[in-house]
Design a protein around this ligand. Structure first.
Ligand code: C2E
Ligand code: CA
Ligand code: CA
Ligand code: CA
Length: 278
């Protein structure tokens, strides 16, 4: 049975296990979802603390299933990873995001679009050429794109991931390390990665006002990132007080419900118009 979570998603009980028939059905449905229009990108703003300007937007995948309603990305992406459906999924996301980036730039909106990559994507030697093909067909410049990767996706097979990352970075794509602090990345590897951004996981941001340890961690992370030449985004910024605290610690960019919830393209474009960003 599906129950509603507070984010309006359908929650499945019992949880999908690897061999459940339901999971297999869902994966074949995902294949169809990519071809029909059940998938959609939502957008969430990234705002510069120093200038107050809109820096860019993160593209977040949504699947509106005809029977189950919204299925949270966390859930179907994990399954897609296990069944190798992730590749067509990632390529669909990249294509949609790049098309949108091209439109924004044609309208004079100088936004950086952030796209999430999965572990398996970072092990795929075909990825760089595929990405470059999508860039060519949509007319975007790699400098307009930030690719978000997690610590755990790097650490699964660091040498292989590093090679793919270096090839894409050589073409001009920027990289961000997502959910920083939740994984076990080795500093030695982080230093080797051509990263532009570090994103502090929202679990540290949420309690920064009340938990001294979290504040210490956030502050140390910002200093570490700056010393490595990276800018820092804090995710999960839900109120103004948190934003001010982050600003006091020298954080560069913020993202979270305080600014906007991830929203459909149409809503995001209205939101941009209503807010004095540019
Ligand atoms: P993420 O990359 O860490 O994305 C941030 C998540 O935090 C999003 O959840 C977003 O809606 C949520 N969020 C943003 N601001 C706030 C806030 O102020 N408070 C709280 N409580 N939450 C906030 P979402 O959209 O459900 O995505 C979950 C995860 O699914 C993402 O985490 C990412 O790992 C994955 N994902 C989403 N889209 C894609 C995609 O296109 N490709 C891949 N590979 N993964 C994706
Ligand atoms: Ca992300
Ligand atoms: Ca994140
Ligand atoms: Ca996350």
């Amino acid at each position: 049975m599906a129950a509603k979570s507070n984010e309006g998603y359908a929650i499945y009980e019992p949880a999908f296990d690897d061999h459940s028939p339901r999971r297999l059905t869902l994966m074949s449905e995902l294949r169809r979802a990519i071809e029909s229009s059940q998938l959609e990108l939502y957008y969430q703003a990234k705002v510069s603390l120093q200038s107050g300007q809109l820096f860019g937007a993160e593209a977040l995948l949504r699947w509106q299933h005809p029977r189950h309603g919204f299925i949270p990305p966390d859930e179907f992406i994990i399954m897609a990873e296990r069944t190798r459906m992730i590749k067509p999924l990632t390529l669909w996301v990249l294509k949609e995001a790049f098309k949108q980036s091209a439109l924004w730039h044609a309208q004079g909106k100088d936004l950086i679009i952030s796209v999430n990559l999965s572990t398996r994507d970072l092990h795929d030697p075909e990825l760089p050429d595929l990405v470059s093909g999508i860039a060519a067909s949509t007319g975007i410049r790699p400098e307009w794109v930030m690719l978000e990767i997690t610590e755990s996706s790097i650490m699964t097979d660091p040498d292989r991931a590093l090679e793919i990352i270096k090839r894409l970075n050589g073409m001009g794509y920027q990289f961000s390390i997502d959910d920083y602090g939740t994984g076990y990345s080795s500093l030695a590897y982080l230093k080797k990665m051509p990263l532009a951004e570090l994103k502090i996981d929202r679990s540290f941001v949420a309690e920064i006002l009340t938990n001294e340890n979290d504040e210490v961690i956030v502050n140390a992370t910002i200093n570490l990132a700056h010393n490595l030449g990276l800018h820092v985004t804090a995710e999960g910024v839900e109120n103004e007080a948190i934003m001010h605290k982050l600003s006091a610690h020298g954080c560069d960019l913020v993202q979270g419900y305080f600014f906007n919830q991830p929203m459909s393209l149409a809503d995001f474009e209205c939101w941009m118009q209503e807010n004095p960003w540019q």
